[in-house]
Design a protein around this ligand. Structure first.
Ligand code: R5P
Length: 338
């Protein structure tokens, strides 16, 4: 992550806040930005409707609302989405001067086009709802597809975790012989990202093909072998791991094709459903994930086979730049829009 060329502009009116889902990330980010964290009162009514209220005045403030769209025990992605909408509305109606919404993991991003007749474009309507509620800007990390930005007509700052993940990988790559490593994309959709990682690490790349059963999306079929990986350390890159069906299916085929070791990396470790159990019993040697979503369960299950890559330093630096009117793309050497 590029840090130089900052100026000493103060953060002025910036306040960081968050709903109830993952406050730790917002508090860590606020500390890094050296900005105050604004507490919010949240509650759930008996019929499951949500309520929010800022505990202090936000009049004239630039409010940064950090809300990852996740599921936790007893609350769904949709509950936290509603909380986010209510927070934006509360900030707008309380005379905040500017509202920046940070959605580290942008839910519904996989439905980014009509793949069949009579379907919604979920990611587009999500952006539109956020805009309609009153957000002036969205910040997100490693969007599943960049065109999601088009559905929001204000500024959309796209952050990429590539540099953080590569730094963690380089510490793990002990051999000096680059030929002993290969980056593997578990599907064609991720090939561009895999190529970027391979170029940066100076190693080869292989792309696998994957099909999903339309009527049973958790059923995944990969090609039966992967050429060019025998006796090599495979670095599997995917933007998200949800049920881990894609990853574990790919890993099993890599192992059959002679992979010596498997390192898997993701930005968004969703780990829903049976993911933790699947990964625990898989032949994965090391799993790297950022914490755009909380990572407590997977950490517990995988022990030292799991490496957490904190995202707060990247969010903190990017939001500090947004608040003080500096370039965000500078952090990524202008390579954050691909
Ligand atoms: C697909 O396009 C994505 O990049 C991921 O490969 C996929 O969404 C992961 O989902 P799961 O872990 O449930 O297979």
């Amino acid at each position: 992550m590029k840090k130089q060329a900052t100026n000493n502009t103060t953060l002025g009116n910036a306040y960081i806040t968050s709903g109830s889902c993952y406050q730790k990330l917002a508090i860590d980010t606020a500390k890094i930005m050296n900005a105050p964290f604004l507490p919010v009162e949240t509650k759930t009514f008996s019929n499951s409707e949500r309520y929010v209220r800022f505990n202090e005045s936000v009049r004239g403030k630039h409010i940064f609302i950090i809300q990852s769209l996740i599921a936790t025990q007893g609350s769904s992605v949709n509950d936290y989405l509603m909380e986010l909408i209510l927070l934006i509305d509360a900030a707008k109606r309380s005379s905040a001067s500017e509202i920046t919404v940070i959605i580290p993991y942008f839910a519904y991003s996989r439905q980014d086009r009509k793949a069949r007749g009579r379907e919604p474009i979920s990611s587009a309507i999500l952006s539109q709802i956020i805009q309609q509620a009153g957000a002036n800007r969205i910040v997100s990390v490693d969007l599943h597809s960049p065109q999601i930005q088009a559905s929001f007509s204000g500024p959309f700052d796209h952050l990429v975790a590539e540099s953080l993940i590569c730094d963690a990988l380089e510490k793990q790559m002990k051999s000096k012989n680059k030929m002993s490593y290969v980056v593997v994309s578990p599907d064609v959709g991720g090939s561009k990202t895999a190529e970027t990682f391979a170029n940066r690490l100076g190693i080869d790349v292989v792309v696998m093909t994957k099909k999903r059963d339309r009527n049973n999306p958790s059923k995944i079929v990969h090609s039966s072998s992967v050429p060019g990986i025998k006796d090599r350390v495979c670095i599997v890159i995917d933007d998200m791991i949800d049920t881990a069906g894609t990853l574990v299916s790919a890993i099993n085929i890599m192992k059959k094709s002679g992979a010596k070791q498997i390192l898997a990396c993701t930005t968004h470790g969703i780990f829903s459903g049976e993911a933790c159990e699947r990964l625990k019993s898989s032949p994965i040697d090391k799993l790297f994930s950022t914490d755009t979503l909380p990572q407590n369960s997977i950490k517990e299950v995988m022990g030292n086979r799991f490496k957490l890559i904190p995202i707060a330093p990247l969010l903190g630096e990017a939001l500090r730049r947004v608040a003080s009117g500096e370039s965000v793309s500078y952090i990524f050497h202008d390579n954050n829009y691909k």
